[in-house]
Design a protein around this ligand. Structure first.
Ligand code: BEZ
Length: 255
């Protein structure tokens, strides 16, 4: 699914995405002198934290908007526009890191192949993204609301990739990885005060709602808001029903 990114809105209202990613760095444990690829580097904040460890890091992202923003945020770092399902480098990396990106890419097998090819033997792949049943309430409500209003084409664009541990581990094993650690866990996340599900959908569901005129879009968004208000509000605050898949896998670990 294509989504166009508003990097300013992302930094202002949805900064929890990269803030949670800081915790994932504990699994990466970057070391001085290592070569690390940040796959889906977004606004570059995690790339910077990896670089602070003394590692040599390259950030790649398929969005020009994100590349521009990350280069502006951290001019001394190296960011390149590249597609996660179709990238290659002459050099091999000690680690590939990816936070909150892989659920956007339906060509999951190509992604895993590119990551495997980019790593040295013994190199590590550390990732977190949406796991099975991630944002289940939102997906159900989006789907139901779009279909009942006759927007089949838009509903067909709901194709985020949220695998189980078993499914993703099998895919990694096919490309020479040994899964050293995997976790699938719930992370209900409160949105900031004054931010609601409509803001979230305008940021992350842009590609799905594209093509609707503003009145149609407002109708759909209001119906979803109404529908989810009984499930995704607690103590007056909206939360997103995230479920994360967290992985540490080693390439050709027995070589
Ligand atoms: C997430 O799990 O981070 C996510 C999934 C779909 C859309 C936006 C975010």
């Amino acid at each position: 699914m294509q989504n166009t990114w508003n990097s300013e809105l992302y930094e202002k209202k949805h900064s929890y995405v990269f803030k949670y990613g800081e915790d994932l760095l504990g699994l990466l444990r970057p070391e001085k002198g290592e070569k690390i690829l940040d796959l889906g580097s977004g606004t570059g904040h995690l790339t910077k934290l990896i670089a602070d460890s003394g590692a040599q890091v390259i950030g790649i992202d398929s969005s020009q908007e994100m590349i521009d923003q990350s280069s502006k945020n951290y001019p001394s770092l190296n960011f390149k526009r590249m597609d996660a399902a179709n990238f290659s480098f002459a050099e091999k990396f000690d680690a590939v890191f990816s936070n909150a990106v892989l659920h956007w890419i339906s060509e999951k097998e190509k992604v895993v192949k590119c990551i495997s090819d980019a790593l040295k033997d013994g190199g590590r792949f550390v990732a977190e993204f949406g796991g099975k049943d991630n944002i289940k309430n939102i997906v159900e409500s989006l789907n139901k609301t779009l279909l009942s209003n006759g927007y089949q084409e838009n509903a067909d664009r709901i194709n985020w990739y949220f695998p189980s541990i078993g499914e993703y581990s099998s895919l990694l094993e096919k490309y020479g990885f040994e899964v050293e650690y995997a976790a699938h866990f719930k992370r209900n996340t409160f949105l900031d005060e004054g931010v609601d599900i409509i803001d979230w959908l305008e940021m992350f569901g842009k590609g799905i709602l594209a093509g609707l005129n503003s009145k149609e879009k407002q109708n759909i968004l209001s119906s979803i808001k109404e529908n989810l208000s009984s499930r995704n509000i607690k103590n007056g605050r909206w939360f997103i029903d995230y479920k994360r898949l967290r992985i540490l896998a080693i390439k050709n670990s027995n070589l």
